[in-house]
Design a protein around this ligand. Structure first.
Ligand code: ZN
Ligand code: ZN
Ligand code: FE
Length: 783
């Protein structure tokens, strides 16, 4: 934060007037009301207001009081405010008699930051349950400190007419609160009540039901009967069912065509979350954050949660209720004898591989094959935003999906640069727009396979560029020629006549990590382990040691995992047994392993002959595929139905081990050898070691080999600083082990904090590389 403070005055006698301008997240977080209260308290006159850039304040009074005002403005700013910079200047006194909040002044040009959505605050939850409150059981209760923000904003500056609440005129009582500086709802844009707010209703097989309590009873009855209900939420629809009902969960899996990928659950309170998962103080802190992410936690044994919620996994994704409607779903409706759910499966309202549904019409048509009924409301969602996901690491957390509650908060970059649109990757897509010294990541858009997802991508790009009022000067994209985002970027380049900067996938991962930890320009050895990335030699990379020096636009592939054959591309990804056969073949071990007997002989024969003929085979250094192959070798998972399933199940097995089957390792000139790893796994099987102990031994051996390879690169380059990135580092066991080994080698290690290590964080790295390459060729100063 930079404060160019001019001393408000040295003569204590006369009144002076100052103008304070604060930039940052200052709209929609109660900043103006806070300023008004502070001014009132200190007996200062003047005014404050928003423009599209900032909050501006003019106050008049004694110098000493003005100084106190400026200090407290920073020290006591509302919890959700983030002041990025501010300035104070002296202006001439006007002699007003009161303090006022003035009208917003729409302006083109630079824009203020949009706040993210915030979970219902404790005060509102208390009012929701207080029979004498006028918002008792109101499904849309909110205040200055909570409620939807990003998802309802249609334009800036952030004021009610620029939100999807524009159509709901405030009733006299709400209007009075909105105008009362001492009220918790003073100038809170989304506020409403039973008289003037949005409505919920129910669409079921028997028709429509209106009236809050009738609707809630209908939902609870349906959930208790094991039905699947599509529920409109903050950033889109959820598909919900009773998490303790095995048949309901199985039906949801069947209808959503999602056989095994874990579902997240929602619990009403911290107490109820404790019954589902193992929670320490850190986990609790993360669960109750205003962003209310899904937190990946260790399952508790002997719970009533259906096994089908997160099958074959020792983890479960848990989030707490974050909207008033969620809180009401878990409460018994007065006068009703229907028992409310204890815990709900709450999964994204979409069909596999399709974008999230967020309008009523879309949900009613696209989700009708999954949901038995719909809980709808008439507050529109302007920007779809899925639930965020985080995993805990030591006393920090690593984002797995950065979306609701975080988007669209920017990542601060060190300096100004051109406006870049980075289109991201093919899976877990997010894109990134830079403006000035900020990088804005979009909400999670998901996999780009379908036309629908590409349309959602395009709509979201239009929305975010309009919201920030920017026109990209350059587009950054992955080098992969057949990524849909890359093709979109090529098309965009033709119509918008901008340059395109292709960025190698793992280079982008490492640059993303550097930007995430604010260390662009610091030489680093990036360990980029993921599933797939298009390599400079046109093979499939994914186990890379990438050095980036002071110039972030350049990188060297300093080492990698030894390559092996990927037979049939996508087919090998879906069938890890093909990877197991390939690994055995590479290192010259007879593929006659009992663990592979579970795969029909003819399929193994086909795969083997494909490998020996080399037809349709590409070489890969992918760490993700290595994990998949080892998972199959150990008989854990031969076929997957969702990305990284085999690797996740291998990690789960290793995590359950109490001792380790030791496996050897070797690296030569920065290349991690496959032979000792694969031979070690096979030796474990032949000596009848427990599978979980072999799985753990494999994790440890790979971590040691990785650390030695990095140490080798460090010796050669003099860089004793490493970063762990790529989706494989969502594997906490591996992450911990590699980090520990590197520290043992005297190498400092950084990991992600703000954006995911997986492809959901890739766009940030692309943007950073593209900006730097333009900055290098052309000077872009502040305008
Ligand atoms: Zn509130
Ligand atoms: Zn009202
Ligand atoms: Fe990747």
């Amino acid at each position: 934060m930079t404060t160019q403070a001019t001393d408000p005055g040295r003569t204590a006698e006369a009144n002076r007037r100052i103008r304070v301008v604060a930039r940052g997240v200052v709209q929609g977080v109660g900043f103006r009301p806070f300023v008004a209260r502070l001014a009132d308290e200190l007996g200062l006159v003047g005014h404050c207001g928003n423009d599209a850039v900032s909050v501006f304040v003019e106050v008049e009074g004694r110098s000493r009081v003005l100084r106190e005002f400026v200090k407290r403005l920073h020290d006591e700013a509302p919890p959700l405010a983030v002041i990025v910079d501010s300035s104070v200047t002296n202006i001439s006194a006007r002699g007003e008699t009161s303090f006022a909040i003035v009208e917003s002044r729409p302006e083109s040009g630079a824009r203020t930051l949009v706040p993210p959505d915030v979970a219902t605050c404790d005060d509102c939850v208390a009012e929701l349950g207080a029979a004498d409150d006028r918002r008792y059981r109101h499904p849309f209760i909110s205040c200055t400190n909570c409620g939807p923000r990003f998802t309802i904003i249609t334009d800036l500056p952030y004021d009610r007419p620029a939100t999807t609440m524009a159509g709901f005129d405030l009733c006299p009582s709400c209007q009075a609160e909105y105008e009362a500086p001492e009220d918790r709802r003073f100038h809170a844009q989304p506020i409403a009540c039973h008289d003037c707010g949005p409505r919920i209703w129910w669409e079921g097989p028997a028709g429509r039901i209106d009236g809050d309590e009738h609707v809630l009873v209908a939902v609870q009855e349906a959930l208790a009967a094991g039905e699947i209900v599509a529920i409109k939420g903050i950033g889109g629809f959820h598909l919900a069912c009773d998490a303790t009902n095995h048949e309901a969960v199985a039906r949801l899996r069947d209808r959503k065509r999602r056989p095994a990928k874990p579902f997240a659950v929602m619990a009403p309170t911290l107490d109820s979350a404790r019954k589902i998962a193992e929670l320490d103080a850190h986990g609790e802190r993360v669960l109750v954050q205003p962003a209310r992410p899904i937190v990946l936690l260790r399952k508790r044994g002997g719970t009533r949660i259906a096994e089908g919620v997160a099958p074959r996994s020792d983890e479960i994704g848990v989030m707490l209720a974050y909207s008033p409607l969620h809180h009401l779903l878990f409460e018994q409706v007065p006068g009703s004898d229907v028992v409310p759910p204890r815990c709900l499966v709450m999964t994204s309202g979409n069909l596999a591989d399709e974008p999230l549904c967020y309008t009523n019409d879309e949900a009613l048509s696209r989700l009708s094959s999954i949901a038995d009924a719909f809980l709808l409301h008439d507050r529109d969602i302007a920007v779809p935003c899925e639930d965020s996901v985080v995993t805990l690491l030591g006393d920090s957390e690593i984002p797995v999906r950065r979306s609701r509650g975080y988007a669209p908060l920017p990542i601060a970059l060190a300096d100004d640069g051109p406006t870049v649109l980075a289109v991201g990757a093919e899976v877990k897509n997010t894109f990134c727009i830079t403006r000035g010294s900020f990088a804005f990541m979009s909400a999670h858009l998901g996999d780009m396979g379908s036309l629908e997802s590409l349309e959602a991508f395009e709509r979201s790009v239009d929305q975010l560029t309009a919201l920030h009022d920017v026109t990209p000067q350059v587009v950054a994209a992955d080098m992969h020629p057949s990524y849909s985002t890359r093709r979109w970027a090529d098309e965009y380049r033709r119509t918008a006549s901008v340059d395109i900067v292709p960025v190698q996938h793992h280079h982008a991962h490492v640059a993303s990590l550097l930007a995430d930890v604010g260390m662009i320009g610091t030489p680093i050895i990036g360990v980029a382990f993921d599933g797939t990335g298009y390599g400079c030699d046109r093979t499939v990379w994914g186990g890379e040691f990438i050095t980036v020096g002071a110039d972030v636009t350049r990188f060297e592939r300093a080492g990698h995992l030894e390559s092996f054959a990927l037979a049939g591309g996508d087919a090998a990804v879906r069938n890890p047994f093909k990877l197991a056969l390939s690994l055995l073949r590479e290192v010259g071990i007879d593929p006659d392993l009992p663990t592979l007997d579970q795969v029909p002989a003819w399929e193994r024969t086909v795969a083997s002959s494909q490998l020996s003929a080399g037809i349709g085979c590409v070489r890969t250094t992918s760490a993700g595929r290595l994990f998949d192959g080892v998972s199959s070798l150990l008989g854990i998972c031969h076929r997957v139905t969702f990305e990284a399933q085999a690797a996740i199940e291998l990690e789960a097995a290793a995590s359950a081990a109490t001792s380790e089957f030791e496996i050897g390792f070797e690296q030569v000139d920065g290349v991690v050898k496959l032979a000792p790893l694969v031979a070690g796994v096979v030796e474990g099987l032949r000596s009848d070691a427990p599978v979980d102990e072999i799985a753990l031994g494999f994790h440890r051996a790979l971590a040691k080999a990785t650390a030695e390879a990095v140490a080798h690169v460090a010796d050669r380059t003099g860089i004793a600083f490493a970063g762990l990135t790529g989706g494989v580092f969502q594997n906490r066991l591996l992450l911990d082990a590699v980090r520990e080994e590197l520290i043992g080698h005297g190498i400092e290690v950084v990991t992600h904090h703000n954006v995911p290590p997986n492809d959901g964080g890739l766009a940030l790295g692309q943007a950073v590389v593209a900006r730097a390459s333009i900055n290098a060729g052309q000077r872009f100063g502040k305008d």
